[in-house]
Design a protein around this ligand. Structure first.
Ligand code: SF4
Ligand code: FES
Length: 247
């Protein structure tokens, strides 16, 4: 399988980047997309050229580190899939594939395809924790949680922090990510103690980081590998209003 890659190369956040073309032979349809990039990097090493920087850890759709734009779509041509879960069988022999980093002011490019997503960490720091007493672990059934509530919290907890929602949103809004983190904890009895502070602090930090406002286009939900629903955003807004009213 032969593919022409056009890949964004950029030395650092201060330099100007450009798309560079690489003709890559010897790929197979069973290779993952990241393995195809590995294959290209091996060829660059043999030619004494600088390898392409891209991020990954688990390669199993868990860690959220691998996100890039592939032919203009976050994480590639399929809905609800991470870049590392994409395989070369999704492309045809002779295809041209354009690979770019996330494009968002709050995610500055570090190098090539790697962006700085620490803005997400700072949102998390503001409220994605619960207060609990130290000492022996409580009996596991001491706080009964209805299944529907537990399921809802777990659905929100599925967010892997990949940033595709921000990158794909025309406003670079982080509302899907932030709402998932808030609703995960605010839906559970364990998260009630900081319920109002959490929503105030995390949405405030989201603004501080320069993310745009949500205009409910729904693009984030389509590209989210975990299919986090935009109803989370409506719920976050309702929680914010409640926090304001109740203080
Ligand atoms: S909400 Fe979805 S797209 Fe956004 S960071 Fe979480 S997993 Fe990624
Ligand atoms: S490398 Fe972990 S989600 Fe892709």
């Amino acid at each position: 399988m032969k593919i022409t890659f056009k890949i964004w190369r950029q030395k650092n956040s201060d330099s100007k980047g450009t798309l560079k073309t690489y003709d890559v032979d010897g790929l197979t349809e069973d290779m993952s997309f990241l393995e195809a990039l590995d294959h290209l990097n091996e060829q660059l090493v043999l030619k004494n050229e600088e390898v392409i920087a891209y991020e990954y850890d688990c390669r199993e759709g868990i860690c959220g580190q691998c996100g890039v734009f592939i032919n203009g779509r976050a994480h590639g041509p399929h809905d609800h899939m991470t870049t590392c879960q994409l395989h070369m069988r999704s492309f045809k022999d002779g295809d041209t594939i354009v690979v770019e980093p996330w494009r968002a002011k709050s995610f500055p490019i570090i190098k090539d395809l790697i962006v700085d997503r620490s803005a997400f960490d700072r949102i998390i720091e503001e409220g994605a924790y619960i207060s609990s007493k130290t000492g022996t672990a409580p009996e596991s059934n001491a706080i009964p949680i209805p299944k529907a509530k537990a399921d809802k919290a777990m659905d929100a907890a599925a967010c892997i922090g990949c940033g595709a929602c921000v990158a794909t949103c025309k406003n670079s809004s982080a509302a899907l990510f932030t709402s998932a983190k808030i609703n995960h904890l605010n839906s559970l009895p364990q998260g009630k103690a900081e319920e109002h502070e959490r929503v105030e602090a995390m949405t405030w930090q989201m603004k501080e980081e320069g993310f745009g406002s949500c205009t409910f286009t729904g693009a984030c939900e389509v590209e989210c590998p975990e299919a986090i629903s935009i109803t989370n955003i409506a719920e976050m807004n309702a929680r914010k209003l409640k926090a304001k009213l109740l203080g």
